[in-house]
Design a protein. Structure first.
Length: 97
C-alpha cells in the first residue's frame, strides 16, 4: 500500500534539498530572508508615507488606515519572528555537544 501512495503523489517542487531543490529554481534561505526583510521595510515605509500624506490632508483616510494597519501587522510579525529566532538560538546554545 505504501508503494502505491508514493506512486500516486507527484514530487513537491522546491522542497527537495541539494541540487534537486536548486535546479527547480528554489532560493536559498539567506535570499529568502533578505527579500522578506526588504518587503517588511517597504511596507513600513509605505505606512509612514501615507500617514504623513494623511496628516497633510493629501490622502484618503481609508488608504491611511489600511497602510497603517498593514505596517502594524508587519511589525508584529517581524517582532515575533525575531523572538522565535532568538529563542531557537538560545535553545541551540543549551544543547550538549
Amino acid at each position: 500500500m505504501v508503494e502505491r501512495i508514493g506512486e500516486m503523489m507527484p514530487p513537491l517542487a522546491g522542497l527537495g534539498g541539494g541540487a534537486a531543490g536548486q535546479a527547480a529554481g528554489a532560493k536559498d534561505f539567506s535570499s529568502f530572508v533578505k527579500e522578506a526583510a526588504a518587503g517588511a521595510a517597504d511596507t513600513l515605509r509605505q505606512g509612514e508615507a501615507l500617514s504623513k500624506q494623511g496628516i497633510a490632508g493629501k490622502a484618503d483616510l481609508n488608504d491611511v488606515v489600511a497602510a497603517v494597519n498593514d505596517a502594524e501587522m508587519t511589525l508584529q510579525t517581524v517582532t515575533t519572528l525575531r523572538d522565535k529566532i532568538v529563542q531557537a538560538y538560545q535553545e541551540i546554545l543549551r544543547m550538549p555537544i
